[in-house]
Design a protein around this ligand. Structure first.
Ligand SMILES: C[S@@+](CC[C@H](N)C(=O)[O-])C[C@H]1O[C@@H](n2cnc3c(N)ncnc32)[C@H](O)[C@@H]1O
Ligand code: SF4
Length: 354
């Protein structure tokens, strides 16, 4: 798996703590050249074989702020390292993902696009600090379809002050008619160093909201397969790349602050864009301890439908898992432990592992 980080954005949303900047646009060309250097170097260093990558994810920041032609050299290389049926996703924002941009990335090999929509209500979009309105979001989705994308996903944020049941029902009414097969529904979290971190009352987190969104998503044909991810029926609707993370597959991280993890070594390139441009091959390395890997694997598995093999647990932990099974909180089938409510993943992991 390969992740490429694009740290540029047109504006900073009030909730967002991702490594992204609105004032570094003039560095795009140099940045892409450094990403190319890192890609070439890492392919060799980690001995990545031709036709071996299952998925590529270009995320951000906002990949659609970078002209599609600036991805060309990266993809000349990437295309010989991916499997024939690899999933290639670009994240995009409705205000910058023009038809030409979408066509451009399609020509490079992209076959999936993930739009940050967040809401179809203009007041909520403004409150979140988004640079687009609802009309632009609908147009971007339509343009992606016209450009030939069969796999389109959108991100929606809920648990804001706006999100009463009635309000969310309206969002789902709009989503119902879209030509998309994947939906990420994120509960608003307050992140440090964001505009919202000083106004905690913007969050309206209610337990009922979780069951409500699961039901509404199901009513319009989207099934939950991870705590925040929903897909239409069929394996191919799910995000191969995200499934890879939850299954603890190795991945390369290219770009400023793009974490990678290969052979139990987690790598951290410079987060600062200028430092990254000057030293794209620099990485801090962290060796993961066996116990940390086990705990992480269990936590990730409890957040999605795949579950984990019970052989990961020691005797005492298995007894606790059996207890949870009796209480009907988890299912154990053919030695695999499945979570029944992904929103309780943290609590269940803590109970089993402590
Ligand atoms: C990498 S981010 C943004 C991608 C793209 N730039 C955009 O805005 O559409 C991916 C998604 O994370 C979600 N997200 C980011 N910060 C969040 C927060 N504090 N709470 C909930 N969701 C968040 C948003 O839905 C966003 O679309
Ligand atoms: S949500 Fe997307 S567009 Fe908004 S600041 Fe974060 S990365 Fe940029």
């Amino acid at each position: 798996m390969l992740y490429i980080h694009i740290p540029f954005c047109d504006s900073k949303c009030h909730y967002c703590a991702f490594n992204s900047y609105t004032f570094l646009h003039e560095l795009k060309e140099e940045y892409m050249a450094s990403a190319l250097k890192q890609l070439k170097h890492d392919i060799e260093k980690y001995d990545i074989k031709k036709n071996s990558l299952d998925s590529v994810f270009v995320g951000g920041g906002t990949p659609s702020t970078v002209d599609s032609s600036l991805y060309k050299e990266l993809f000349l290389i990437i295309n010989s390292y991916i499997k024939p049926n690899a999933e290639i996703t670009f994240e995009a924002n409705p205000n910058s993902a023009t038809f030409e941009w979408l066509k451009g990335i399609k020509n490079l090999g992209a076959n999936r696009v993930s739009f940050g929509v967040q809401s179809f209500d203009d007041k909520k979009l403004k409150f979140l600090g988004r640079a687009h309105d609802s009309k632009e979001a609908l147009l971007a989705i339509e343009n992606a379809k016209k450009a030939g994308f069969e796999k389109i996903s959108i991100d929606i944020i809920y648990s804001t002050l706006f999100d009463t049941e009635e309000f969310l029902n309206k969002e789902f009414e709009t989503i119902k008619n879209l030509p998309i097969e994947h939906l990420s529904l994120y509960s608003l979290t307050l992140e440090e160093n964001t505009k919202f971190s000083n106004t905690p009352n913007v969050v309206n987190e209610r337990d009922e909201a979780y069951s409500h969104i699961i039901k509404k998503a199901k009513d319009i044909g989207f099934f939950q397969y991870e705590v925040s991810n929903f897909a239409k029926e069929g394996e191919s609707s799910k995000s191969k790349h995200n499934l890879g993370y939850w299954q603890y597959k190795p991945y390369l991280g290219i770009g400023a602050g793009a974490v990678g993890c290969i052979k139990n070594i987690r790598t951290y390139p410079h987060k600062d864009v200028k430092k990254y441009i000057n030293e794209p091959l620099f990485k801090e390395c962290e060796e993961l301890k066996t116990d940390d890997i086990k705990n992480e694997k269990i936590l990730l598995s409890l957040r999605y439908e795949g579950g984990f093999d019970i052989s990961l647990l020691d005797k005492k932990e298995r007894e606790k898992a059996e207890l949870l099974k009796k209480e009907n909180k988890i299912i154990i089938k053919n030695s695999v432990v499945f979570n029944k409510n992904y929103f309780l993943a943290d609590e269940i992991a803590l109970f089993i592992l402590s």
